[in-house]
Design a protein. Sequence first.
Length: 259
Amino acid sequence: MAQLKSELEIVHYLVAQGVSAAQPVPSHTGELLHQTEFDNLTYFGCVFEQAPGIFFHRDAINQERFFRAAGETMGLLHQTLKKFDRPRDFERFHWEADRWCDFEKCVPRHETAAWKLYQELRSWLARESTDPSLFGLVHGDFTINNLRIQDGAIAVFDFDSCCEHWYAYEIAAFLHYFGGQDDETRRLAYCSVLDGYARTGSLTAEMLGQIPPFGKMRLLFSFLVFAQEWGFHELSPQQETYFALRRRLFQAPPTWAAQ
């Protein structure tokens, strides 16, 4: 319950500060969060407004304008959350609890490329600063599936993954979707997102240096998601192809290093 209440407090704060985010809607009793028991399980319910606009579709929007607006929205969100005064009972999970804690039991040791990258990233992260200029509350899942576009403006929703993380990881996670695109689209995404972010947030040289390894981390995260969902036995040809591509990319230079 505390986690859900804290999520709603974050959304209320962001909206009050001018960030376009889908707000929770009170029930007819005036409550935002309802709890019920069924079959010895506890369920919580909350309804949100529909975010205005349309899903991302590369043929239906101006991509450069979208990338820049996404960067501006993310930068504003991060900058705003830096000033969030957390209530005494505020509670959000540690970022590693979002699947990462399951890596060692879900990915078998014979997946050597994945394990090598996992160990390299853990070693690198252990040395990374958690200074407030680099690390703080983020959306946690700032991806095209959780954004809507209207007249060039971005509305964001689904703060279930909101937690403390590195700001550069959130940038890299958003860029990850476009990592398989052609060179021109990748350059456009990278430059426009960072240009937008710098307009509303604080983009430092240290953050820029973190984007390549965090890009690798997001790639490994995508591998982990489907290792949990599919396992590694009796896979379809499409699933085999999915894993094979990532195994190759684990050993390749970072996607965003040369942008």
